[in-house]
Design a binder for this molecule. Structure first.
Ligand code: NAD
Length: 472
């Protein structure tokens, strides 16, 4: 572990604070040379990244198979295609994004003009997570490059094949004087966090989010924290049941077998409607993954034994295990857990008090759907919340009352693919947002610039502050 990759593709033997500091100096020098600021450099690097993704789709899919047994279609749709779309959008829009934005001035400053100039922040760090190791690594890097920064990427050691491939390919394709990959785990990330960055983008869990923020605070470094949480799905009874179930299943089990930050974490529905919903979910699950879901090639495995044990512990808690109404099968040798539905687990159980991040889906029942607002709002603010309804009034109340990073009505997880929407959390699910132009903005400083000439130099602003001036 602990490899730094440069353009020549020669990894160093170890990566500690000394190595991190030396690398930082090189990157600062590259940034200060002005290279990364030019439109030409940004475009050329984005094109290199596009080529990397186009040339190595099969290698990427293979690494994802090795790390997560991720189905090929999921790899292409949710990682490779999304990255290509993101790069293509930046290539198309960058000139526009870089233009200064005119700002209004006031009578007090007349005559004057003003604009907001986007300038790069400097040298930025991207620390990414294992569940979508390519998307979560490269999507922020696209924003960092588009905004004209030098950037270091630290992929997750929990997805080692993806991390190694990212280091190798970035070394081969990108400008190593300003773009680096450092592989490694806690020690290497700690060494990186000791440096003074101009921004840190961290994707991962809240506990480490706090560590990152504390390290950043020492240098007054701003952070973009992309964290997780428990994403609720509220299900009304006036819906197209089949379509709703298919969309819930896709968001839950069709996204990395529940190992996604915006996967539905639990469902809330009425006591009356629950049996109908459960029957329909079971039917669609069987249609998607067969009778023996553990054998389905369309379900990712659990990433490692730690996460497998964490999930089975949630499931085996006495007061929870009796509530399993579908699934529950597991195969430790293959790290597979079948789609599992639980009904009315106690609110004080472990499973209802931590992010599940796996294929277990509790259903909570309430007397009236409005009760879901209290359930959601009494916990940590989720990264996403979902509602299935045909009732526009209830939809409005949901949008007004539920606080979450993002909301989707009548689907799940799909907002991730809309670059005109900011993607990010609120409260415990994170701070800041990216995607599309928001990525460019998050890695830019918005510099306020005012222009004046020498005419209209009103005497009133200068001493002596006479009584007449005060009255005016
Ligand atoms: P992870 O274990 O891959 O950790 C993320 C990064 O943190 C890695 O690069 C790792 O090396 C680093 N890290 C771990 N411990 C550290 C420490 N002590 N000090 C410094 N760095 C450290 O990923 P994870 O945390 O298991 O990811 C899952 C979590 O991430 C879930 O909570 C999920 O909801 C969240 N997530 C959020 C998003 C989002 O976009 N908001 C996306 C994916 C995952």
């Amino acid at each position: 572990m602990g490899r730094e990759t440069q353009t020549e593709g020669k990894p160093s033997a170890s990566f500690d604070t000394v190595a991190a500091s030396a690398m930082m100096k090189e990157l600062q020098a590259a940034y200060c040379s002005g290279t990364t600021r030019s439109y030409g450099w940004r475009i050329s690097q984005l094109k290199c990244l596009l080529r990397l993704t186009e040339d190595h789709g099969e290698d990427i899919a293979q690494a994802l198979r090795s790390d997560l047994s991720k189905p090929e279609l999921e790899s292409y749709v949710y990682e490779i295609s999304m990255l290509k779309n993101s790069i293509n959008l930046a290539l198309k829009e960058l000139k526009k994004w870089m233009l200064p934005e005119k700002a209004k001035t006031s009578l007090t400053t007349f005559p004057s003009s003003a604009e907001i100039v986007s300038e790069p922040l400097g040298v930025v760090l991207v620390i990414s997570a294992w569940n979508y190791p390519f998307l979560l690594s490269l999507d922020p890097v696209i924003g960092a490059i588009a905004a004209g920064n030098a950037v270091v990427l630290k992929p997750s050691e929990i997805a080692p094949a993806s991390s190694a491939l990212l280091a190798k390919l970035m070394g081969e394709y990108m400008d190593g004087s300003a773009i680096r990959v450092v592989e490694g785990a806690v020690a290497e990330t700690t060494a990186l966090l000791e440096q003074k960055w101009d921004k840190i983008c961290y994707t991962g869990n809240c506990r480490v989010g706090r560590i990152v923020m504390a390290a950043a605070a020492k240098h007054l470094t701003p952070v973009l924290l992309e964290l997780g949480g428990k994403c609720p799905v509220v299900v009304d009874s006036n819906i197209n049941l089949k379509v709703s179930c298919r969309r819930i299943i896709m968001g839950k089990w069709g996204c990395n077998n529940g190992q996604a930050c915006i996967s539905p974490d639990y469902i809330v529905t009425t006591k009356e409607y629950a049996p109908k919903l459960i029957d329909a979910l079971k039917k669609e699950l069987e249609r998607f993954f067969g009778r023996d879901a553990l054998e389905s090639p369309d379900l990712s495995r659990i990433v490692n034994t730690n996460h497998f044990s964490r999930l089975t512990k949630l499931l085996d808690e006495d007061k929870v295990s009796v509530k399993v109404i579908y699934g529950g099968e597991r195969d430790q040798s293959k790290l597979k857990i079948a789609p599992t539905i639980l009904l009315d687990v106690p609110r004080d159980s472990l499973i209802m008090n931590e992010e599940i991040f796996g294929p277990l889906l509790p259903i909570l029942t309430v007397d009236k759907l409005e009760d879901s607002f209290d359930i959601i709002n009494s916990g940590m603010k989720p990264l996403a919340a979902y509602l299935f309804t045909s009732d526009n009034k209830f939809r409005e109340r949901f949008v007004r009352n539920v606080s979450a990073g993002g909301l989707v009505v009548n689907d799940t997880a799909i907002h991730l693919a809309v670059p005109s929407l900011p993607f990010g959390g609120v409260g415990d699910s994170g701070m800041g947002a990216y995607h599309g132009k928001f990525s460019f903005d998050t890695f830019s400083h918005k510099k306020a610039v005012m222009y004046r000439g020498f005419i209209g130099d009103a005497d009133i602003r200068y001493p002596p502050y006479t009584k007449t001036k005060v009255r005016l």
